[in-house]
Design a protein around this ligand. Structure first.
Ligand code: BTX
Length: 325
C-alpha cells in the first residue's frame, strides 16, 4: 500500500527532509498521489512538517495500534497478518464472530476502545480509549471442541511471556482466564467457539490488557491494575501488541504440533491458583476446596473438604482464591 510505503520512508528518515520529488522517484508515482497520501497520514494523526524546497519530515507519530504502526515489530507468519483496526467498536469478539466464517485463519481485530467489551458469563470488560490492547484473534484449527478450550491457556502463556519481555514484570494465571499482577487483574481472556459436536468451525480468542490505564471505576478499585501502574511508566502499546501476536503464534504452533503437555507445564508454573484454597461456584452453589492440579485437558482438579476430588472445567464456573487471587 502506497500510504504505508510513504510512511516507512518517512520513518526511516527522521533526521532529514525528503522531497516530494524523491518520494515520487522512489515509489514511481505522481506528485499528486504523494500529496494525497501525506494529507491522509496527517489526518490519521501523524505530524509531518512540509517545508518548501526541502520536503517532508515526520515529527510525531500518533499513539495508535493499527497495522502500519505494529507491523515493524511483527514476526509472525499468519497470526495478525490480516489485521483490522478500529477507533471504536462495541466488542472485538462480537465483530470477530460476525466476520469469522469468511475471515482468514489468524485474522486479528484490534480496537482503540470498546463500548460493550465483554467478559465471561455476560460480565463487562472496561476498555478505555487508547489505554489498553483490546483484541480478538480468529482461528480455524482442525481440532475437536474439547481441544479448543485449551487455547485460553495458550493465550495466557503468550500474555505472561509478553509482559515479562516488554514490561519486565512477573505475572501469573488465575485459572482459567485471568492474568494477575500483585493480586490484581491486568488482563482477561475470553475464548468463544463455533462448531459442531466433533468439529470446530472457528474460535475467537479475545484478549484485553490494561496497559496505560491510570484509573478504574470504583467497583474495580483494588481488583484491577495496569502495566503502567505496576511499572510506573507509560508503555508503548505498539511493540506490546506485536509481541502478543508473536508469542501467541509461537505457543499456538507448539500446541498444534506437540500437543498440550508443554503448555500445561508452563500453565502450572505460572499458576496462582494451584496449591491454594479456592471457592468454586457452580450454579450459585459455593464449595471450598484445594486446587491440586491442572489436567491434560486444561481442567482444574480440586479436592473438597469432604475429601471428594473433582475435575472442574472452565465452562460456567467461577473459581475464586480465598485470599485475593
Ligand atoms: P471475566 O468474566 O473473567 O472478568 C470480567 C470481570 O472483570 C468483570 O465482572 C469485572 O469485575 C472485572 N473487570 C472488568 N473490566 C476490567 C478491566 N479492564 N480490568 C480488570 N478487571 C476488569 C475476562 O472475563 C475476559 C475479558 C476479555 C476482554 C477481551 S477485550 C477484547 C475482547 N472483546 C471483548 O468484548 N472481550 C474480549
Amino acid at each position: 500500500m502506497l500510504k504505508n510505503d510513504i510512511l516507512s520512508i518517512l520513518k526511516a528518515n527522521k533526521d532529514k527532509h525528503i522531497s516530494g520529488q524523491e518520494l515520487c522517484e522512489m515509489l514511481n508515482v505522481s506528485r499528486t498521489a504523494v500529496w494525497k497520501y501525506i494529507n491522509e497520514l496527517k489526518s490519521d494523526g501523524y505530524i509531518i512538517e512540509s517545508k518548501h524546497k526541502s520536503g517532508y519530515l515526520l515529527m510525531e507519530e500518533p499513539d495508535i495500534i493499527d497495522y502500519m504502526e505494529i507491523s515493524p515489530y511483527l514476526k509472525t507468519k499468519f497470526i495478525g497478518r490480516n489485521y483490522l483496526h478500529f477507533e471504536s467498536i462495541s466488542s472485538t469478539n462480537d465483530y470477530a464472530k460476525e466476520i469469522a466464517p469468511s475471515a482468514a485463519d489468524g485474522t486479528a481485530i484490534v480496537a482503540e476502545e470498546q463500548t460493550s467489551g465483554r467478559g465471561r458469563m455476560g460480565r463487562y470488560w472496561v476498555s478505555n480509549k487508547g489505554q489498553g490492547i483490546w483484541m480478538s484473534i480468529i482461528l480455524k484449527p482442525n481440532l475437536s471442541p474439547n481441544e479448543a478450550v485449551k487455547l485460553t491457556q495458550v493465550a495466557a502463556v503468550a500474555v505472561i511471556e509478553t509482559i515479562k519481555e516488554i514490561a519486565d514484570i512477573r505475572s501469573g494465571i488465575k485459572w482459567p482466564n485471568d492474568i494477575v499482577i500483585n493480586s490484581k487483574k491486568v488482563c482477561g481472556i475470553l475464548t468463544e467457539m463455533n462448531g459442531e459436536i466433533d468439529r470446530v468451525n472457528f474460535i475467537v480468542i479475545g484478549i484485553g490488557i490494561n496497559v496505560n490505564v491510570q484509573n478504574f471505576p470504583e467497583d474495580l478499585c483494588g481488583k484491577a491494575t495496569s502495566l503502567s501502574i505496576e511499572t510506573g511508566k507509560i508503555l508503548d502499546r505498539k511493540p506490546l501488541t506485536a509481541s502478543i501476536l508473536n508469542n501467541f503464534e509461537k505457543y499456538y504452533r507448539v500446541f498444534l504440533i506437540d500437543g498440550f503437555s508443554s503448555i500445561r507445564n508452563l500453565c502450572k508454573e505460572y499458576s496462582l491458583t494451584l496449591n491454594k484454597d479456592v471457592k468454586v461456584i457452580i450454579n450459585n452453589n459455593e464449595c471450598i476446596g484445594r486446587a491440586v492440579d491442572i489436567d491434560d485437558d486444561g481442567n482444574l482438579i480440586v479436592v473438597f473438604k469432604n475429601g471428594e476430588k473433582k475435575t472442574i472445567a472452565s465452562g460456567d464456573v467461577s473459581v475464586r482464591g480465598l485470599l485475593g487471587y
